[in-house]
Design a protein around this ligand. Structure first.
Ligand SMILES: Nc1nc2c(ncn2[C@@H]2O[C@H](COP(=O)(O)OP(=O)(O)OP(=O)(O)O)[C@@H](O)[C@H]2O)c(=O)[nH]1
Ligand SMILES: [Mg+2]
Length: 451
């Protein structure tokens, strides 16, 4: 694919740094660079994949902007597959903007977020799963995700998908050959087709098993601490964070607004949300806080329902639990250093006794929390799928199951062919072969400017 325009962007993050990079991609990249770069020995021709040191100037005035490096990568041997230039300058934002403005004045266009990668994808330099690995490498906050993304960038997610596609395609070809030339070509053996589909379904199931890990490493978990006032929610938040983040006091209603912080449980990123204690009150501010507590509870992936040992769990907590429906929830009985006044009702979920103040039972709580969050799934896979991959794989699985049903019912080849084509289309979407421009644009827009 040939793009008519040359794009440019500052590729390093905003702020000050030792080095800042302005990058360009497109047919005019080299000629624009030649007008802005003054080589000390007057060189005007540049070799691909070589670095040149010189002066970066403003062409309209001839004024020096900076001294730095020019890197030229001739297409197709570049990230985007097009002629590409990088100016490595000193990392001041105003300076980089001046360099960018010169490129714009000479005919380049400001790149949209992700546009370099979108060009790389559309020019066939990488498939969609590899482009998504680039997003993960940039946004990844956990080491397991980074190592998975590096493997995915090498093509370790796309290659099994391509192999599956080739397998199904060969089945489809044999079915269609018989449809088109019934007198000359025999239909494929049902048992062979069934074996092939079974094997493909198994492989898809294995990939789908990595989706929990993929979601956890990529998005993490939002965890809300809820319960009545004064039961020790804020103390528990501080205990989990291992520092005094929230105000703790013996006055019920201490926490008025939600208090959030990042916490990592065996590398799983968790957003902890402490909330205002739930009770009926006439206080206007506290009422707003309680409304926020309810919203935090609704938005959380996991809820820690906290009560204390003095009051135990009662009707209030049972009512809250009923509102949580299918949301994973752990009941925490805090202040286990104190005596228990009443027998506990059966909540139907595990109850963990802790003393948030003294740090008792916190490790056991974390152990249980890990089990709830991971749903018992292993998180250590070479590659993990994201939600988009999961949707495509579920579609493929569904289509393949329909093929199995048609086989069992001895339906004609046309029926099998329709569903096989659906499965192939789902694999194609996963790799990005057949997605609409709109969807591609949406995916790449999640990148930052300059990538
Ligand atoms: N004995 C004992 N007291 C605790 C424990 N945890 C918290 N407390 C005390 O309980 C009181 C309330 O603690 P907070 O953490 O502020 O309770 P909260 O649930 O956040 O209260 P609100 O913000 O009002 O909803 C404070 O005096 C804490 O010191 C514990 O494990 N044992
Ligand atoms: Mg509190």
């Amino acid at each position: 694919m040939i793009f008519a325009d040359t794009i440019v962007a500052i590729a390093t993050p905003p702020g000050m740094g030792a080095i800042g990079i302005v990058r360009m991609s497109g047919d005019q990249a080299l000629s624009i660079a030649q007008q802005m770069f003054v080589h000390p020995r007057g060189r005007t021709q540049f070799e691909s994949h070589q670095a040149y040191y010189g002066q970066i100037t403003e062409p309209s005035s001839g004024k020096a902007l900076d001294q730095g490096l020019l890197l030229y990568m001739r297409g197709p041997h570049s990230y985007t597959g097009e002629d590409s230039i990088e100016f490595q300058c000193h990392g001041g934002m105003l300076l980089l903007k001046s360099v960018l403005e010169c490129c714009l004045a000479l005919g380049a266009r400001q790149a949209e977020p992700g546009e370099f990668s979108q060009r790389a994808f559309l020019n066939g330099k990488m498939d969609l799963t590899q482009a998504e690995a680039v997003i993960d490498l940039i946004h990844g906050k956990t080491r397991p995700l980074l190592s998975q993304a590096a493997v995915q960038l090498e093509g370790h997610l796309s290659s099994p998908i391509r192999a599956l596609r080739a397998r199904l395609l060969s089945v489809l070809v044999s079915i269609e050959a018989n449809i088109d030339f019934p007198d000359e070509v025999d239909p494929p053996d049902d048992a062979h087709v069934a074996r092939e589909i079974h094997a493909a379904v198994d492989e898809v199931a294995q990939l789908l098993e990595t989706s929990t890990a993929g979601r956890l490493w990529r998005e993490g978990v939002k965890l809300a601490l809820v319960g009545q006032p004064n039961v020790g929610k804020s103390t528990l938040l501080n205990s989990l964070l291992r520092y005094e983040r929230a105000i703790v006091s013996a006055v019920p209603g201490t926490t008025r607004d939600t208090v959030e912080d990042d916490y990592s449980l065996r590398q799983i990123p968790i957003r902890l949300v402490d909330t205002a204690g739930l009770r009926d009150t006439d206080d206007v501010i506290e009422t707003i806080g309680i409304q926020r507590s309810r919203e935090a509870m609704a938005q959380a992936d996991v809820v820690l329902l906290v009560a204390d040992r003095e009051r135990g769990f009662g009707a209030y907590e049972l009512d809250l639990l009923a509102q949580l429906v299918d949301k994973p929830c752990l009941a925490i009985l805090n202040k286990c250093d104190q005596p228990l006044l009443d027998a506990l009702p059966d909540l139907g979920i595990p109850v963990l006794a802790v003393s948030a103040r003294d740090g008792i039972g916190i490790e056991a709580l974390e152990e249980q929390l890990y089990a709830v969050i991971t749903e018992g799934a292993t998180l250590h896979h070479t590659v993990t799928i994201n939600d988009r991959h999961r949707q495509c794989l579920l579609r493929a699985q569904d289509a393949m199951q329909r093929v199995m049903v048609s086989l069992q019912q001895h339906m004609p080849g046309d029926f099998l062919a329709i569903d096989l084509k659906d499965a192939l289309a789902a694999f194609g979407d996963l790799l990005g072969d057949s997605l609409s421009e709109e969807v591609i644009h949406e995916i790449f827009h999640r990148f930052c400017v300059g990538k």
